[in-house]
Design a protein around this ligand. Structure first.
Ligand SMILES: NC(=O)c1ccc[n+]([C@@H]2O[C@H](COP(=O)([O-])OP(=O)(O)OC[C@H]3O[C@@H](n4cnc5c(N)ncnc54)[C@H](OP(=O)(O)O)[C@@H]3O)[C@@H](O)[C@H]2O)c1
Length: 303
């Protein structure tokens, strides 16, 4: 009998790629979604509504593993105080909802694996290379990720192996960050943002999905893991590489920080600040990144 993986927010960018990989690797996949969706041969959909504390419990009861990707898009809208609350609640209250089903049913999953972000180390510019022992930051991203990760503690206390994947900027074809950036670079108007010196830890979608698969298959994987290539890409390096792929040398000056702040408000921190991070911890457990070169990763992703 196939093992079942339930993915919360599995209809999103990462979830769609991960679903394909899991199906190819012989798992059956279920997806928790806020929308009504048609089951396919490979995927069963279940509904939930985190704000109303509703969940179709069958989804959890049928699962051997749960991968928690659900959450309001962090870059989806300006960070007003109500948006910030939604960003946190959609990640944290959703875990609590799953926890309640696990606790009441005494269901022992094989693992609960949650997304988290390299943002746990904060939107800070600096030279320190962050590993999993680096203390979380006290800014909005740091606090969000801490709450997100801490929400998994009660699940770990049920005796369930719990993993947190601190994800860098995910590069993939036709979605995520590159979807917004590519048209500007395609028209040769792309340039670096702000000082351009801010680090941008990134990961190719195939590598991220392979880390989730390894987290399922390898029971030695417990706790927090960084998932980003440690090549010290700055925004300038990223922008120059993308421009080169689109066949030009950047000719415009860097987009000034003040303009980005006017356009994005506090959310501008997402693109104007960033820290270095290392993924040695997962590499020591035998994980090999397929895409270690930004050039190769971007070439694979741009259309
Ligand atoms: N992509 C990146 O670069 C990146 C980097 C670091 C961390 N991450 C994290 O990795 C996870 C997956 O990323 P992604 O890029 O796949 O995100 P995504 O494309 O925005 O997908 C997230 C999914 O979460 C569900 N969702 C959204 N708001 C929700 C809410 N209020 N309550 C319950 N579910 C909600 C949606 O599914 P339904 O509409 O079907 O409900 C959505 O498809 C996210 O938690 C993200 O923060 C991503």
């Amino acid at each position: 009998m196939k093992k079942n993986v339930l993915i919360s927010g599995g209809s999103g960018f990462v979830g769609q790629h991960l679903t394909n990989l899991l199906v190819k690797n012989g798992f059956s996949v279920s997806i928790l979604s806020r929308s009504e969706r048609q089951n396919t041969a490979d995927i069963s959909y279940y509904k939930w509504d985190v704000s109303k504390q509703y969940i179709d419990e069958e989804a959890v009861l049928n699962a051997d593993y749960i991968i928690h990707l659900a959450g309001e898009n962090i870059a989806g809208a300006r960070w007003t105080s109500s948006r910030k609350k939604q960003i946190i609640a959609s990640r944290v209250d959703s875990i609590s909802l799953i926890y309640a089903v696990l606790k009441n049913s005494k269901k022992l999953l094989e693992a609960f694996i949650s997304a988290s972000g390299i943002g746990i180390y904060g939107a800070i510019n600096g030279e320190e290379v962050c590993d999993e022992n680096t203390p979380p930051a006290n800014d909005f991203l740091g606090i969000t990720c801490q709450k997100w990760e801490s929400a998994t503690d009660p699940i770990a206390n049920l005796g369930i192996r719990t993993v947190k994947i601190r994800t860098g900027l995910v590069l993939g074809k036709g979605d995520g960050f590159l979807k917004k950036l590519s048209p500007i670079f395609k028209w040769k108007f792309g340039s670096a943002l702000g000082s351009g010196k801010q680090y941008m830890p990134w990961i190719h979608i195939d590598d991220l999905c392979a880390i989730y698969l390894k987290s399922i298959n390898d029971s030695d994987i417990v706790g927090a893991y960084n998932a980003a290539v440690a090549d010290n890409t700055t925004n300038t390096i990223f922008s120059k590489t993308l421009a080169k792929i689109y066949g030009y040398t950047i000719w415009l000056p860097n987009v000034p920080s003040f303009l980005i702040k006017i356009a994005m408000g506090e959310m501008a921190l997402l693109v104007l600040r960033g820290r270095r991070a290392t993924s040695k911890k997962i590499e020591k457990l035998g994980f090999n990144f397929k895409y270690k070169s930004l050039d190769l990763a971007l070439r694979d992703c741009v259309e």
